[in-house]
Design a protein. Structure first.
Length: 460
């Protein structure tokens, strides 16, 4: 029968009823990922007990699926010896991720309790940054010498015990240099079993280096429709492989990170329930917003002193519209550019061409929206023009032209900021959202007030 949505809610209810016998029975039928989901949704005080109920052979797979917060609760409940037994049965990359969450002293003690071969692989993986190809790869890889025959390779595969399924055998020199790969299906179909793997191998292949950023790895796998990607060191020696399921996690992580950064937050909030942590993450950008607010209030005060009271009343009614339209236009441009940078679409495109395109888009939208708001300003001002010293037409034209100018600038500025940040090797998502919003507010006000002052004084 096909698997349906696991009964997580029902199991949580059994936990609340303190029916642990029924909980154990329900967990026994679930996939490790579903068990991890139940543990994550359970109250903190019950997470350790849930993990303790699991059979020993299931614990490695469940621990690998647990998110940071729930994983930390479970890790605290385990002795070093228990943890070493569990991580020994995990894939090396998953074991490295788990031990990286521990303090250095405890992770070293756990590694010392592990078998030498397993601990060596994990130690090697822990030396790489977690956001690189080396940090997400597994050392479980099927490597064959190019001098081996097809028959020898098939015989050898029967004795391999990798932690994950494999579809390719990588062909290496005697010193470990990667020279190609062979599809397992090709090995099985080859009629001449005495043929060497060096003859059968595909020598045109894509590989990632250990220090390649995980976003670039995801881009490679997506661009070339790969299910697995070999990883090599600086000398070209095969050191591991990255599978598509690892890349799915990377894509989700990077997308979540960019979305949070566009809003002036980061993934530290997702990993913590503490209000203090949330405040520390959000406050820096809110202080920047306060500075922006102070600038806009200063501009408003100077503007009020430059024109008559009657003009302030009617023109002030359009300030929120100008700010909102300029801010939204800027965010639209910056979001589009940030996403294009993340997908690698800007590598072959001219920055000047990109900026010109956004200026044209902003100008066209500005003309349309400017005409609409000018008509609305004409209607409002025409209802009561007794105190105005300029014509209603000039006033509505000033509002329309100001909105057009603000939107055109915002589109160009919103596209420029992510490009500049990317060129100086700063994540464009870090400052694009809050920074562009504040900068566009200030710029929109300056443009709006400058245009209206000049046009109104010219028409007076």
């Amino acid at each position: 029968m096909p698997r349906v949505q696991p009964p997580s809610s029902e199991i949580i209810e059994l936990i609340r009823q303190d029916d642990w016998s029924a909980v154990e029975t329900a967990l026994s039928d679930l996939h490790p990922a579903d068990i991890a989901d139940v543990i994550e949704r359970a109250p903190n005080e019950d997470q350790k007990r849930l993990f303790a109920l699991l059979p020993n052979e299931t614990k490695p797979d469940v621990l690998a699926e647990l998110e940071s917060a729930a994983g930390s609760e479970v890790l605290e409940s385990l002795t070093n010896l228990e943890l070493s037994d569990i991580v020994e049965d995990m894939a090396p990359d998953d074991a490295a991720d788990v031990l990286s969450d521990l303090d250095e002293e405890r992770s070293e003690k756990v590694l010392e309790l592990m078998e030498d071969e397993e601990s060596a692989d994990v130690r090697k993986l822990m030396t790489y940054r977690e956001d690189t190809a080396g940090g997400i790869m597994t050392t479980d890889v099927v490597a064959m010498q190019k001098t081996q025959t097809v028959d020898e390779a098939i015989q050898a595969i029967a004795y391999f015990d990798p932690g994950e399924p494999f579809f390719y055998a990588y062909i290496v020199e005697s010193n470990g240099l990667l020279v190609g790969y062979v599809d397992i299906w090709e090995l099985l179909r080859e009629r001449d079993k005495t043929r060497s793997l060096g003859e059968l191998a595909h020598h045109d292949f894509i590989a990632a280096t250990v220090d390649m950023d995980q976003e670039e790895v995801a881009h490679l796998i997506a661009q070339y429709d790969l299910t697995v990607l070999p990883v090599i060191d600086q000398a070209g020696n095969l050191v591991g492989r990255i599978t598509a399921d690892d890349v799915i996690d990377v894509i989700e992580e990077e997308a979540s990170e960019d979305i949070l950064r566009l809003a002036g937050s980061d993934d530290a909030e997702l990993e913590s329930d503490s209000p203090v942590t949330s405040c520390l993450v959000r406050l820096p950008w809110l202080f920047v917003t306060i500075v922006g607010g102070c600038l806009t209030s200063l501009i408003l005060s100077r503007y009020h002193a430059a024109i008559t009271i009657s003009h302030v009343l009617i023109l002030g009614a359009f300030v929120p519209i100008v700010l909102a339209m300029g801010g939204n236009t800027g965010i639209q441009s910056s979001t589009l550019v940030v996403r294009s940078i993340a997908l690698g679409n800007l590598r072959d495109r001219s920055v000047i061409a990109l900026l010109l395109r956004e200026v044209m888009v902003g100008a066209v939208m500005g003309i349309i929206c400017g005409l609409v708001i000018a008509c609305w300003a004409f209607f409002l001002a025409h209802r009561d023009d007794s105190g105005l010293t300029v014509s209603v037409f000039h006033l509505s034209a000033a509002v329309g032209i100001a909105l057009f100018s603000a939107m055109t600038f915002a589109a160009m500025f919103g596209a420029l900021v992510p490009v500049v940040l990317s060129r100086i090797r700063i994540d464009p998502a870090v400052a694009s959202g809050p920074f562009i919003t504040i900068a566009n507010d200030v710029a929109a006000l300056l443009i709006y007030f400058a245009v209206t002052i000049v046009l109104l004084q010219f028409s007076a």
